[in-house]
Design a protein around this ligand. Structure first.
Ligand code: BGC
Length: 757
């Protein structure tokens, strides 16, 4: 009772304090806005690109002059304190009202110390690690002058053709929501320190549901699906206090997200209570012209009225809002609202108190790319790799004998960091060859041959260059390159093939219609297999690949995504068993492109195929391929083995807000210590709308010593049973539920309960 009183008093105190701070902030901003001209107010809504890093049409206007005139709210993708400080100085010394700018950047998975791509990070299922990666990124970025990151990207994606699947957390709304929260917390802290930066959750909304997996393409889905399966991660970021939201490029329900009042106002602000500001994506407002929503004046007014507060790059707000106001197409209130939200963000970041809060020149030298940060990146990278296959315990390798390392990604630094590594220094990335060489020293002989180009088509290899720089191309005939590889393979005890995608085969504008390993590399793998020597694939990718053939024929496959700066070290740590792999997939890996979309939490349909079966006439299946994935969601092997005991439920009949406890005994029955991600799924058997065959509702990453057993329990409450019904009401329904616990979404122990009102 006493404890409760203390908690109540403390939270009341915190509430009063935050109210008082709000009152102070509002008074400050009202006073400032009282002095602002209409042009200056519209200027706050303007976010030109700096030109350092450009992902679309560049801002071509004279930014310096505009800053002096108070016509710029912030800048993005400028690198270094020196540059940022100089620009900030213009804003706070040469503009009339001395309003500081905010400086944004795409700090997506680390800064100079690059962490694994987000899809890889999600496979750690380790929220502390993910939060830590965001914290390190925030510390490094802020030491370089950045106070705002365009991350986390939380778009649910069930189509691996879409290149930007690499930037998100996969296909599941629950896992995605936990990660969204962890990242926001890691970046933002409480804004008190100069290492706390503002996060921007993106791309709101449904960007990952692009038709055909083609980037920027149309999305269209029912509201029920949207609310249950796609919106939760954005909402989780809002609940975690994210400071800003980025609108997506795509249309939703016939209206581009950037002009979509339902999304930006009705859902984001009214339903979820979002208090921060919304920025368009890069020229997202202007792109509504091509979408067919009108001319620049019309689309800019549409965006503002829908709830967009800041215009990235396009200057539609800057050049048309005044006219629209005069013509009654937007209101002063709408402009004021947007301006206030931008100023509030600057206030919360502490920029009015100290515009140079993030401009401490001394920090960069001691806080960026430090040994400690690299160590963290190495550990997290090793934990995100997913061991897909390990026939006959081929892995881990011994640090002895002769090892042949082949493949276009083996002696390669520039592809290690992965897409959206705008601040990484590729020269400092660790290649597989370097990592393995360091690991084996003089204890083993390491031979290397490239073996193939990334792809047989030179034009394709050029297309996937990084920041316009083409990748290495070897002019020799493919057969000669393979022969090189075979020559060293002959001398070796084991062959390690570093193959797959290059960094820019995923990411923005990198969709593929064929998601296999490029043929030139498959030819290399086939030739290596013919030698009869054991082959290990070290597989690089930013998406689930269609690797049925490899999965059937290659004895060991370690999927390493793009591991960041420390990729080569982390890969060696796992290959040689210094780290036991524990990553689990956050996406389903299909057998072929034709099965897409393939995801674990699908509906049953009226004509389901019995589990594990294949073709049956008049059932929901294909003539030429089964419905099974190659690797299911949640899947990943270890060098040890985990055995699940039967599922014990605390009750099979529950009522109202009782709590159900589901317990399994997990035993490490192998010979190595290791980590396992124990996953909880539920299935509502009958509902007012059809319900998924299973839904992730919890997970725990546990460490067990070889031979050790542990009881793992999950508490399940009504909150876990809730979903959006056809009236979009978030509630639960009484009835029968299956409760499932296992090491992946396919292999689970099942129990059944009845839950009454
Ligand atoms: C991307 C965003 C990114 C922005 C700024 C756009 O092309 O869609 O994710 O934050 O550029 O670089």
């Amino acid at each position: 009772m006493r404890k409760l009183t203390i908690v109540l008093v403390l939270s009341l105190f915190a509430l009063v304090q935050s109210r008082a701070q709000d009152v102070k902030m509002n008074a400050f901003i009202s006073k400032l806005m009282g002095k602002m001209t209409l042009d200056e107010k519209i200027g706050q809504l303007n976010l030109p690109g700096s030109g350092d890093i450009v992902t679309g049409q560049a801002s071509n206007s004279d930014i310096g002059k505009k800053i002096k005139e108070g016509l710029v709210g912030g800048l993005f993708n400028i690198k270094s304190v020196a540059k940022i400080k100089a620009v900030q100085k213009v804003a706070v010394e040469e503009s009339r009202l001395k309003i500081p700018l905010i400086f944004g950047m795409d700090v997506i998975h680390g800064y100079e110390t690059a962490f694994p791509i987000p899809l890889g990070l999600s496979c750690t299922w380790d929220m502390n690690a993910i939060e830590k990666s965001a914290r390190v990124a925030a510390t490094e970025a802020s030491a370089d002058g950045i106070c705002w990151t365009f991350s986390p990207m939380v778009d649910i994606a069930r189509d691996p053709r879409w290149g930007r699947i690499a930037e998100g957390s996969g296909e599941d709304a629950y896992l995605g929501s936990q990660i969204a929260k962890a990242m926001v917390k890691g970046y933002q802290g409480d804004f008190s320190k100069n290492s706390d930066i503002m996060a921007c959750v993106k791309h709101y909304a449904l960007y990952g549901a692009a038709e055909g997996g083609r980037d920027y393409n149309t999305t269209d889905m029912s509201r029920v699906r949207m609310f249950n399966e796609y919106l939760p991660p954005y909402k989780a970021a809002v609940d975690a206090g994210v400071g800003s939201v980025m609108a997506s490029f795509n249309e939703v329900d016939g209206i581009p997200a950037t002009g979509n009042k339902f999304l930006m106002t009705d859902v984001l602000r009214k339903r979820w209570g979002f208090k921060g500001f919304v920025v368009s994506d890069y020229t997202g407002i202007n792109e509504m012209i091509a979408h067919g929503m009108g001319d620049l004046q019309a689309v800019s007014a549409l965006a503002l009225k829908a709830g967009i507060d800041m215009d990235m790059v396009g200057e539609g707000f800057l050049t048309t809002l005044k006219k629209s106001l005069k013509e009654g197409k937007v209101t002063m209130q709408e402009i004021d609202n947007a301006c206030r939200l931008i100023l509030e963000a600057k206030y919360k970041l502490g920029l009015f108190d100290n515009p140079y809060k993030y401009c401490d020149e001394k920090r960069a030298a001691t806080e960026i790319f430090t040994d400690a940060n690299r160590k963290t990146a190495r550990e997290i990278a090793a934990d995100c790799f997913v061991l897909l296959k390990n026939q006959g315990n081929l892995l881990p390798l011994k640090k002895s004998g002769t090892i042949a390392l082949v493949g276009p990604l083996a002696d390669n630094k520039e592809n290690m960091a992965g897409t959206w590594s705008v601040a990484a220094n590729f020269e400092k990335c660790i290649s597989v060859l370097q990592g393995m060489q360091e690991a084996v020293g003089n204890n083993a002989k390491l031979l290397y041959a490239q073996g193939s180009n990334l792809d047989a088509d030179k034009a394709f290899v050029e297309r996937v260059g990084i920041f316009g720089k083409p990748l290495h191309w070897d002019d020799r005939p493919a057969a000669d390159m393979i022969q090189d590889a075979l020559n060293i393979a002959k001398q070796a005890d084991v062959i390690v093939a570093a193959v797959g995608e290059s960094a820019e085969m995923t990411g923005e504008s990198s969709s593929r219609s064929n998601i296999s390993i490029p043929q030139a590399q498959e030819d290399l793998i086939a030739a290596l297999l013919k030698t009869g020597k054991p082959v290990v694939l070290v597989l690089f990718t930013g998406r689930p690949l269609a690797i049925k053939w490899e999965s059937d024929n290659v004895p060991a496959i370690l999927n390493v995504w793009f591991g960041g700066t420390e990729a080569g070290h982390a890969i060696s740590d796992v290959l040689f068993g210094d780290v036991n792999p524990s990553g689990k997939l956050s996406t389903t890996w299909p057998q072929n492109v034709g099965q897409i979309p393939l995801y674990y939490n699908h509906k049953n349909t009226g004509r389901p195929l019995p589990e594990g079966g294949w073709f049956q006439k008049f059932r929901s299946n294909y003539l030429d391929v089964s419905n099974d994935p190659v690797y299911p969601f949640g899947y990943g092997l270890s060098y040890t083995h985990f055995t699940y005991g039967d599922l014990k439920l605390s009750s099979t009949s529950l009522k109202g807000n009782q709590t159900l406890t589901a317990t399994v005994t997990l035993t490490n029955t192998g010979t190595k210590d290791g980590k396992e991600v124990v996953q909880l799924y539920t299935h509502q058997l009958v509902g007012s709308i059809t319900r998924p065959v299973k839904e992730l509702k919890g997970f725990q990453k546990v460490f067990l010593k070889a031979g050790e057993s542990k009881e793992i329990s999950f508490n399940i409450t009504l909150a876990d049973l809730k979903f959006y019904n056809s009236d979009l009401k978030y509630d639960w329904e009484a009835g029968d539920f299956e409760i499932m616990v296992g090491g992946n979404s396919r292999d689970v122990k099942v129990g059944k309960v009845n839950w009454k009102k």
